[in-house]
Design a protein around this ligand. Sequence first.
Ligand SMILES: Cc1cc2nc3c(=O)[nH]c(=O)nc-3n(C[C@H](O)[C@H](O)[C@H](O)COP(=O)(O)O)c2cc1C
Ligand code: SF4
Ligand code: SF4
Length: 300
Amino acid sequence: MLNRAISCVNIHLHMTIAIYYFSGTGNTLCVAKDIAAQTGGTLIPVASLMNRDFIEIDAEVIGIIFPVYYNELPLIIKRFTGKLDNLEHKYIFAVCTFGGSAGNSLKSLRQLIGARRGILSATYRVHMPQNSFRKFFENHAMLYSTWNKQVGQVVWNTNNRKQGEFFKHVLLRPFFVLVDYSLNNMQAMYRKSFAKLSNTSPDLKMDDLIQLNDMSFSVFENCNGCGTCAKVCPVNNIVITEKKPVWQHHCENCLACYAWCPVKAIGGGIAAKNYYYRHPEIKVTEMMKQKIDPASAQTN
Ligand SMILES: Cc1cc2nc3c(=O)[nH]c(=O)nc-3n(C[C@H](O)[C@H](O)[C@H](O)COP(=O)(O)O)c2cc1C
Ligand code: SF4
Ligand code: SF4
């Protein structure tokens, strides 16, 4: 109880719309910024709250905006949702950004929010450029422009408290059912390949293996010790030692360190060779704002 009193953050927001986001290479931040700007909501980085045991939200409307990883929610979004309090009677919506398919992510989020006594009223699937490998024939300009046309509907739905699953491609539905089915069955394959990257056992839980994937990162000779990778890592998973990044094995796999290094000095197994994707409208300084403040780290 005392624990809870110490580490619970009660977010008294004067506005009624709180937009929580997590982003590695800027797609999700761009989407979150557009929604916040057009709804008058306040942007809050999920990573900045993760030192708390409980997160109590006063806002009447809650948006949760995140990228799809491995057909699922990013680990940080699972942990974040598990800390949410005071969700009854709120209008909650979620937007996932993805490069191929939303997979199970929104379904998992719905369950987690339900477990916190909330209801996920509206969900949106936003197709953005794939950030972890080069997809040939992917037209980035077209994906950005489609989102620019879609944002108005998210805003209107939010203002009018609409319920439903939006931006589902009805015609492609049978194809995605097949994709999702095979991806669900890829968990064993993922585990095997992650275990290889970190030289550990595939019997470890998927969530544990994901965090160890940073063992596959390496630093090239051209690293100049600037520290951008450490500053941009949303979960403080990088320490600069002797002017080189050292990963701490609680990685989210967001690729921020890899993608935002100004001299492309990071390589590694979970990152595609020579494909350094970043959303063109997002600045590195904006990405740095979402990180956990080490000074506020919980001590209990
Ligand atoms: C580790 C990792 C796993 C991913 N897994 C998937 C996936 O299963 N399905 C998918 O459609 N996109 C996947 N993506 C692509 C991202 O979801 C997509 O590019 C997203 O828009 C990136 O958002 P961000 O720029 O805010 O980080 C993955 C990306 C990463 C880095
Ligand atoms: S951002 Fe790149 S150059 Fe800077 S310390 Fe990290 S790896 Fe080295
Ligand atoms: S170490 Fe790199 S990939 Fe892992 S969470 Fe930090 S920025 Fe993301």
